[in-house]
Design a protein around this ligand. Structure first.
Ligand code: BV8
Length: 232
């Protein structure tokens, strides 16, 4: 199977925390990662939110504030260039909840784990753009209820727009994974679906991921080197 851009028409690109690492945003697993400072079950599950909303809201307040100080890096910019000029189908399926793909200029982006810069009202079910703190339980701009939570997909919750993701994977000639450990499902299973349906598969990562065996080709290194070299 060829992973050469000259030979393909429809592309799905899965990104993870590693593509934002060089922008200064902590990854989850690995030296000093987010999950090393906080146990997943303490901050990224509905049970944790019910048990200790203040801890969870503080955890997300800290990350929401941090991403607003960060800038996209050369990997985000290269994907935005590819998106802007690609004549075929292209979908960037990101597990990331930051907005660096969009701020780099990418348009065809799908946040399967939600977005930090939205708040979700559990009273009226409306999602609103949100850049401030949630820990003081501000009122929902839509209904006025103090029922806002981060608009992110926690463990045990269904990722967003899975039907649209699988449609894109079914049509893909090429599936590229960038900066993800392959630890979290169903995102980590997408490469196997793509491969089973005949797509070529390429992994660009700092180190081999848990799913490396499923890729036709793995290139190791920082995303800010690998992605521009692949795109340009
Ligand atoms: C669900 C919240 C079902 C937002 C996150 C099998 C099938 C289905 C589900 C499961 C399954 N087995 C287990 C499950 C349950 C669970 C799961 O996968 N658990 C794991 C831990 C075993 N999955 C779920 O709960 C999912 N929901 O399945 O629902 C369902 C069905 C019906 C009805 C209802 C429900 C929900 C998963 C989403 C969880 N939310 N985040 C937030 O806080 O951010 S997951 C979290 O991990 C982030 O979203 C993150 O995106 C994701 C994956 O992490 P990575 O992005 O890969 O980051 P990581 O640090 O791990 O790795 C970074 C990589 O980058 C490394 O490889 C590193 O080498 C590399 N790197 C570092 N620097 C660079 C670099 N690469 C390049 N350049 C660099 N400079």
């Amino acid at each position: 199977m060829t992973t050469d851009l000259n030979d393909v028409r429809n592309i799905v690109i899965l990104t993870g925390a590693g593509i934002s690492a060089e922008s200064g945003i902590d990854t989850f697993r690995g030296g000093g990662g987010l999950w090393e400072k906080h146990r997943v079950e303490d901050v990224a599950t509905p049970e944790a939110f019910a048990r200790d909303p203040e801890l969870v809201l503080c955890f997300y307040d800290m990350r929401r504030a941090a991403i607003q100080e960060k800038e996209p890096n050369a990997a985000h910019a290269a994907l935005a260039r590819l998106d802007a000029g690609w004549p075929g189908d292209l979908l960037i399926v990101t597990q990331n909840v930051d907005d660096l793909h969009e701020r780099a200029g990418a348009r065809r982006v799908l946040h399967m784990h939600g977005e930090h810069l939205n708040a979700w009202c559990t009273a009226c079910d409306v999602r609103s753009p949100w850049r401030d703190s949630l820990v003081d339980r501000p009122a929902c701009p839509e209904c006025g209820e103090r029922a806002l939570r981060p608009d992110v997909v926690w463990f045990g919750e269904m990722p967003y727009q899975m039907d649209r993701i699988y449609d894109a994977v079914r049509k893909a000639d090429l599936f590229v994974s960038i900066g993800t450990s392959g630890a979290v499902y169903p995102a980590a299973g997408l490469v196997r679906t793509a491969r089973d349906l005949g797509a070529a598969t390429l992994e660009l990562n700092l180190e081999p991921s848990q799913g490396s065996a499923w890729f036709d080709e793995t290139r190791l290194g920082p995303a800010s080197d690998l992605v521009p070299a692949w795109v340009d």
